[in-house]
Design a protein around this ligand. Structure first.
Ligand code: FEO
Ligand code: CA
Ligand code: CA
Ligand code: CA
Length: 664
């Protein structure tokens, strides 16, 4: 079972009848993220002899724990959670759940976890009922999409009695083709199935409201509700790249109008109430090949284009690079959506760079400029921040709507002495000149990775979420894993070879100045099993046998300023992915505490707290997926457990049974 779980992380796409991936001879999603395309790797970017001093977090240390309890995969039905006693935490107060892996979700005792939205749920008065045996693109365009990832929440005016009401913004990262469609064995997806997939990517904006009992429900037919998809939502390309010849296509000679967004992983809600959708593994959706000597050859190689993971290019010319070689340059951006105007055209903000964007969390610097933190999720890729040129205007939404149009993009160099140097990516500065292949700022941004290579950024262990803390001036960087790092490639910020469980870095911005060009960093925790000396984990000794984890991916800061981390890949440790509370201050700094875990096959995304700290939204992504999992034979039929029906990625809402503050 353990081996199966490890293998399932490497294949989330449809398969041929022999069980091979659709992309025989090519790489699937996690394999792509897990494979570096950074040409600096292997050429001795940094070696062990370069290390001046390997910095260890000064307040963390390995905990001595008993053996972990790994539960077998159980039948696909709800199971009762047995609370375990943990030492009283000064930071978090809830009974931990136990480590384990089965077909059901589990939440800490005293809490309830309710399904809010499932793949296929209606969003509009005319949405057809979910019928996985008769899927059409038209229906999917009117229903909640697949593989929910980022969850944002923007409050609207409260309803009577102070009950919450607001807009939930949810990204749909990708489609797990073998789990979505029946009867796929022995054949490739049809044109209609590919059209359904295009409609299942993107995002959803949906109004939700709280009842008298504190529980949440969707407001079907709210005028705010909107599906944003890869197949049907026109977008405007804005910023320095707009109109550039490298983004012009036969469908769009202007280079300013793109159809759709896709692979929307994490994201952000800006202080002025727009929704940022990060485009991550866009490369995988393209088929075909470039003719020899094509000018995009080097750029394509750095992004892994074309990935060939999907069949779309067979039916839609723009996904075949032989026919439309510039189409991939129109993806890999951060999209900004005005959620208060459902008729608005989403804008691809090219000033924020082009890479496999994991998320885009923003904050206002003391001088009023907006700062957006971003990770590029692939082994040996980089951490970025964007700093706007103009300043934020309080209580004037209109004045802030183009703050992401003009600014400076920086990439991080993590020095071994604990300094972060933010290196600007500006055409004409340093190596970003015509002699090195950059003719304009548009080139620098289309080839953000090549520009970051050139200025000497630090290759990291797969950066996922990067989250600024709203009050303490720190920033948390989730580094999910990198088993390709060899002993001679370790550095102080990526201190382990064969890092299969990841670590979390804390950036300390000087005096809370998020726009600073020089910061400090330290490692908050090296993840993994603290009982295994080989693992090199560094948890606070207050961490119980359930409180440690691997593969941090998304995170959230709750209204009390406490950090919560969700995982994607903890199954390599033999237990489910889930949500952990993680102390960042005081004597418990570096202590984890297990709160929620997913059903087998899933990773956990979101997480998002409401401002009162009493509701928590979680996104359970790809439940039931596995190396040989199909629509007919998933690893779980969560959450409906209906015979013959597939599992459904779903957003859940967590509440304390007594309505109190979560985690306190
Ligand atoms: Fe889509 Fe980096 O996880
Ligand atoms: Ca994901
Ligand atoms: Ca992620
Ligand atoms: Ca991930």
């Amino acid at each position: 079972m353990f081996a199966t779980i490890i293998m399932q992380r490497n294949c989330r796409n449809w398969r041929l009848d022999n069980g091979a991936c659709c992309c025989v001879g090519l790489k699937t999603m996690d394999e792509q993220e897990n494979t570096s395309s950074n040409p600096r790797i292997g050429s001795g970017v940094r070696t062990i002899s370069d290390l001046i001093e390997v910095r260890l977090s000064r307040r963390t240390f390995v905990a001595g724990l008993g053996a972990s309890a790994v539960l077998p995969v159980a039948a696909c039905s709800p199971t009762e959670e047995t609370p375990v006693e943990v030492a009283k935490s000064a930071v978090f107060d809830f009974p931990e759940i136990t480590r384990g892996l089965d077909g059901m979700h589990h939440v800490a005792e005293g809490y309830r976890a309710d399904i809010l939205l499932r793949w296929g749920d209606p969003l509009f008065a005319d949405s057809p009922a979910f019928d996985p045996f008769a899927q059409t693109a038209e229906a999917q365009e009117r229903q909640f999409g697949y593989n929910n990832d980022y969850v944002g929440y923007w409050p609207l005016e409260e309803t009577e009695g102070g009950r919450g009401r607001g807009l939930l913004c949810v990204n749909h990262e990708y489609t797990s083709t073998p789990l979505m469609f029946p009867g796929l064995a022995g054949r490739k997806p049809t044109g209609e199935e590919c059209a359904v997939e295009l409609a299942a990517h993107g995002g959803t904006v949906v109004e939700i409201k709280q009842g008298a009992d504190g529980l949440w429900e969707t407001v079907v037919a709210s005028p705010y509700n909107r599906r944003i998809t890869a197949g049907s939502t026109p977008m405007e390309l804005t910023g320095p790249v707009a109109g550039d010849p490298r983004v012009q296509t036969s469908e769009d000679p202007s280079g300013r109008r793109v159809m759709g967004t896709m692979n929307n992983c994490a994201g952000g809600i800006t202080p002025w109430g727009t929704y940022l959708m990060a485009e991550e593994n866009f490369n995988g959706n393209f088929l075909g090949s470039l003719e020899g000597g094509h000018p995009e050859t080097e750029s394509y190689a750095r992004y892994g284009i074309p990935g060939g993971w999907y069949n779309w290019g067979v039916f839609v010319d723009r996904f075949d690079v032989s026919k439309e070689p510039n189409e991939p340059n129109r993806f890999g951006w951060v999209v900004e959506v005005d959620i208060l105007d459902p008729q608005s055209t989403p804008k691809k903000r090219t000033a924020l760079g082009r890479f496999k964007h994991e998320g885009a969390e923003s904050i206002i610097a003391p001088d009023g400029r907006v700062v957006v933190y971003m990770g590029d999720d692939q082994r040996f890729d980089y951490v970025y921040k964007y700093v706007s040129t103009q300043v934020y205007t309080l209580d004037d939404r209109e004045a802030n709507m183009d703050l992401l149009e003009d600014g400076t993009l920086y990439v991080a160099r993590f020095d071994d002495d604990g300094t972060v140097v933010w290196l600007p990516l500006i055409f004409g500065e340093g190596p970003l000149t015509p002699e090195n292949g950059f003719q304009s700022q548009a080139d620098v941004l289309i080839d953000t990775r090549l520009a970051a290579d050139a200025v000497g950024a630090t290759p990291m262990d797969r950066p996922e979420d990067v989250e600024p803390h709203p009050t303490n001036g720190r920033v948390y960087v989730m580094l999910t894993n990198n088993i390709d790092r060899t002993a001679d490639q370790i550095d102080a910020a990526n201190p382990r070879a064969n890092n299969d469980v990841g670590h979390i870095i804390e950036i300390i911005e000087p005096e809370g100045d998020f726009a600073a060009t020089e910061s400090r960093w330290e490692i908050l925790v090296r993840c993994g099993d603290p009982t295994d000396p080989e693992a090199g984990a560094t948890w606070n000794s207050a961490t119980s046998e359930n409180g440690w984890f691997g593969s941090p991916d998304n995170c959230a800061i709750d209204p009390s300023g406490r950090l919560w981390v969700s995982t994607d890949g903890n199954q390599v440790t033999g237990a489910a992915d889930g949500l952990w509370a993680l102390a960042t201050d005081g004597e418990e700094r570096g202590a984890g505490q297990a709160f929620f875990r997913t059903p087998v096959g899933a990773e956990l995304c979101g997480p998002r707290f409401t401002k009162d700290g009493k509701s928590l939204f979680l996104a359970v992504q790809h439940p039931g997926d596995g190396d040989d999992a199909t629509f007919e034979a998933p690893m779980t039929r969560w959450p409906d457990f209906a015979e013959g029906q597939p599992p459904r990625p779903s957003v859940m809402v967590i509440r304390r049974n007594d309505g109190g503050t979560i985690g306190s």
